[in-house]
Design a protein around this ligand. Sequence first.
Ligand code: AMP
Length: 538
Amino acid sequence: MMQLPLTVGSLLERAEKFFPKKQVVSRTLSGIHHLTYKEIGQRTRRLASSLEKLGVKKGDRVGTLAWNHHRHLEIYFAAPGIGAVLHTINLRLSPEHITYIINHAEDKMLFVDEDILPLIERVKDSLKTVKAYIIMTDQDKLPRTSLQPAYSYERLLESGDPKHPFIQNIDENDPAGMCYTSATTGNPKGVVYSHRGIVLHSFALGLADTTAISEKDTCMAVVPMFHVNAWGMPFAATWFGSKQVLPGPMFTPKHLAEFIQEEKVSVTAGVPTIWLGLLNELERGSYDTSSLRAILCGGSAAPTAMIQAFEQKYKIPFLHAYGMTETTPLATISTLKSYQKDLDEAEVITIRSKQGLIVPGLEMKVIAGDNEVKWDGKEMGELLIRGPWIANEYYKDERTKESFKDGWLYTGDVATVDEEGNVKLVDRTKDLVKSGGEWISSVDLENALMAHEAVFESSVVGVPHPQWQERPIACVVLKDSYKGKVNKQELLDFIAPQFAKWWLPDEIIFMDDIPKTSVGKFLKRELRSRLKNYYIEA
Ligand code: AMP
């Protein structure tokens, strides 16, 4: 067979050639923009040539601090297109972590959205390697900034070459992108994506048994483009010529519902908190969501009740998927096998709530000690994954040896596997509640609580206990209309039939809001720290 390298540039080339009329709809601070792939292609090439003129060379890291919009999409292809490395930076991290990440990756250029300028201006004196800043603004003039030297994105494009060729002498194993993932303790850890990994992952997103993204779709990535390449959606959607909707900095549930209705979005992707918000919005207003053929949800466990509401009440198919920054990210996805279609609704929802089957191309095993667990849906162990779009190290980081061993990624996630091969995540190793020497799954308790009609969000954490080592405590946010009307005992009675008595949370604490991580997951570390003296003080 021929050894044609798989390159990120070739993904955009296909859209330029075969889908020049298809659209990218993009929201920025000033409004909504409509561009075709022809325009995106020309703008990307202009940008690529300007970056070269500014001195960006093969292998250089180009950082971005930006929301989901067309300019970010253009850098997704312009940087790898000249052999540089697209380094997306999570703009919701602390200034200290952002500084660490930029210095550790040794970013040469930084692309910054106008509204993120104050954050970078604050840390600029600590950035050791950045040679220039490119400000992404809709205004004609560059905004006032203390960043130096600073260029206007659109001005740079004007002086660029719309036909600039993408680099040819590229090895498919060369780095094309990188992204840092937050560690439980210590600094974030960098993951480098190769051209080959990104292209193979894009293939995976197109498979009929995964997300089946195709030219017929209108894809809206709500998951930020700074988080694992928005789960690879911008790459795959461009390659397949799908219309794309990029929701920009304002992705409130109302804006998302409007986009779905107006742009006829067919596939959208995001974390559960986004979909809980959308569900709330759909219950309040009246929107036409009939174009949606799939909501892709991952990042943390999707509550069963939410899946049920989307699938049964709104008739929107819900795809529960699992992955990590280290896995580019798609690793498993919930699917019904052909002979399971006639199961009753409850059984179908149980299957849909699992994280599902490992996607074609990857391999997995779940181990307890040295042995693989039984596929009985009960025995738990750590999930290990390997495959061509799984990282094999952290970038220049000692912690590589903790997570990458014998050719496998040790995910740190505890899972069971059922007779059909479906993975079900029980917890992060660190989130399992250890009570009296037995394990309690915080995810199962959260799921049960969120099935109550009054509960908007719930997060369960293990709190140190003098006798039992840890006991589970549930933090619950009630829906507005139920505030003050539901008490702890009602919720405990509601979930009691599903669990052994010792599994039930000792306490339910009602809150206005559950703290979240920079990518919208429950911030259990913060809850644990708030509650750490709960029993000692009591
Ligand atoms: P990140 O690298 O920030 O994307 O986080 C990856 C982690 O998110 C995984 O190791 C899991 O603990 C968690 N995660 C991702 N998808 C799911 C899911 N569908 N259900 C439960 N946890 C998930």
